[in-house]
Design a protein around this ligand. Structure first.
Ligand SMILES: [Zn+2]
Length: 493
């Protein structure tokens, strides 16, 4: 009886901690489940309680040492709050794509997702944490140690029992999904690039390719692809432009899609040694230059670095700078390097239509209104989201037209190839942004423009490309088609 009396404050403390963890972390995985009636609600309530019971076991062991609890629990609690906010507000699942985007996405892009509600949520979480630590300081953790250690261990065992019975039922929810995503991320092998490029057959023609690597542009919002809004008034005037409506990729975020587009990696293969497009071009006597309005992510930096030269617009921009440069700043280095060698490939990596849309275009390109005013998506209407997004496409139309106009001044055969890394969700199935499945994020824009001198010189190549216009294809074709446009034999890859 005496023992039980002493145990009471410990039990109350753990009840409090677990309620807080449900509110700030685990509850987020259940918040968006559509429930119909009392039976559904009851089942998921039991599911949540079972999941929390397994978490309670881990929390108990953490709480046994004052410093482990202060440092370890606090760090984990705040880390999880960072993710649960997105699960609560946008129903995002914490999987490998999201983990990779968070770990590799540049701080300046990441800042664009921090909103006032996010800050308020965090302040509440910190307040809850201080409250928990105060209560923890008042109990003697070793009270009834022997009595609680067995039930706590059994709670942990329950996790494995339930996972055995229904694999994934707990693993796919907070807090376990983050551990799974991190484990998958760190098990992913580093990108291996092929350094021994086989001998190629090619002719030493003068030629210029501007390879524009777009960001977050879905094919069906491009005016010339038949979108109901004319988002591409300038490009629609270009007879030498071919747009491909049906390009698909499984990779819905930059870190996965860019390495696949710029190498001979196919969509089915994740491991192995791949060949960079630029290594091949260098071997074929091209001068290769990378101009980026994004800093290089770990996943594609080795590929960008196979260029002869890398120019990054944002290299010295502070991560505290909210105003990211508009893509047009890349036209300045483009102008200075375009006439520098007889065979050239210049890659331009855009920030494109990446969230937050309002930072991606000028006032002059604000064609569709009302636009988004906040960064907190649940407070915005679908109409505002689509208007702002479409304005970024109008800006893209201007930007690509600027490049085409420059290439028209070239006497040598010239090509502009534009391909976006992935698409974007605009409210389909309640989803927004990208780094998650669904066709809206898997159908990136893809178009190629040829100069008159290119068409005169290589009519067969143009006919061949034109014949693919309406074909359904995936991003595997980009590497090979780019080489064949430049007259390089691609059969050895
Ligand atoms: Zn991207």
């Amino acid at each position: 009886m005496e023992k039980l009396r002493k145990l009471r404050p410990v039990l109350w403390f753990h009840l409090l901690v677990n309620v807080m963890v449900i509110l700030f972390v685990t509850g987020a995985s259940y918040y968006h489940i559509p429930l119909d009636g009392i039976k559904d609600t009851g089942i998921y309530l039991i599911h949540l309680l079972l999941l929390q019971t397994t978490v309670a076991g881990f929390i108990y062991f953490l709480s046994l040492n004052k410093w482990v609890f202060r440092v370890g629990f606090s760090a984990l609690f705040l880390l999880y709050c960072g993710f649960s906010f997105w699960a609560y507000s946008q129903d995002l699942s914490i999987t490998l794509p999201l983990v990779q985007s968070v770990l590799e996405t540049k701080t300046d892009i990441a800042i664009d997702v921090i909103t006032l509600p996010y800050t308020i949520f965090f302040l509440f979480a910190i307040t809850a944490l201080i409250f928990i630590h105060r209560k923890h300081g008042r109990i003697k953790p070793f009270n009834g140690f022997k009595l609680l250690v067995t039930p706590a261990a059994l709670c942990i065992v329950l996790f494995f029992v339930l996972e055995e019975m229904r694999p994934g039922s707990l693993k796919n929810r907070l807090p376990y999904n983050l551990i799974g995503g991190l484990a998958e991320y760190y098990q992913k092998p580093e990108l291996q690039l092929n350094k021994q490029i086989p001998d190629l057959s090619f002719k030493n023609d003068s030629i210029a390719l501007v390879f524009v690597l777009g960001e977050t542009v879905r094919a069906d919002h491009i005016g010339i692809n038949g979108y109901s809004r004319n988002t591409t008034p300038l490009l629609s005037e270009e007879d030498n432009l071919i747009s491909f409506k049906k390009l698909f990729t499984n990779n819905t975020y930059t870190g996965a899609s860019v390495p696949q587009i710029l190498t001979d990696q196919d969509l089915e293969t994740n491991e192995g040694v791949f060949t960079s497009l630029y290594s091949v071009l260098n071997k074929a006597d091209f001068k290769t230059t990378w101009i980026g309005n994004q800093t290089l992510e770990k996943s594609f930096a080795p590929i960008a670095n196979t260029n002869d030269e890398v120019i990054l617009v944002d290299k010295f921009r502070s991560v505290f700078s909210f105003d990211k440069a508009l893509d047009e700043v890349m036209l300045i280095p483009l102008d200075s390097i375009l006439p520098s060698y007889y065979r050239q490939c210049i890659t331009i990596q855009m920030i494109g239509s990446h969230w937050w849309y309002e930072n991606r275009y000028t006032q002059e390109h604000r064609v569709f209104t009302p636009v988004i005013e906040s960064k907190y998506i649940p407070s915005l209407t679908r109409e505002q989201m689509i208007n702002s997004y479409d304005n970024t496409i109008v800006y893209l139309d201007f930007f690509l037209n600027e490049i085409i106009e420059r290439l028209k001044n070239e006497t040598r055969p010239s090509v502009m190839l534009y391909v976006s890394d992935h698409g974007e969700h605009l409210g389909e199935e309640g989803k927004w942004l990208h780094a998650q499945g669904g066709e809206a994020a898997m159908n990136p824009a893809y178009m190629i423009w040829f100069s008159d001198s290119y068409i005169d010189r290589f009519p067969d190549r143009v006919t061949n490309i034109r014949s693919m216009k309406d074909a359904r294809m995936n991003t595997d074709v980009i590497f090979y088609k780019t080489l064949s446009i430049l007259g390089i034999d691609n059969s050895s890859f």
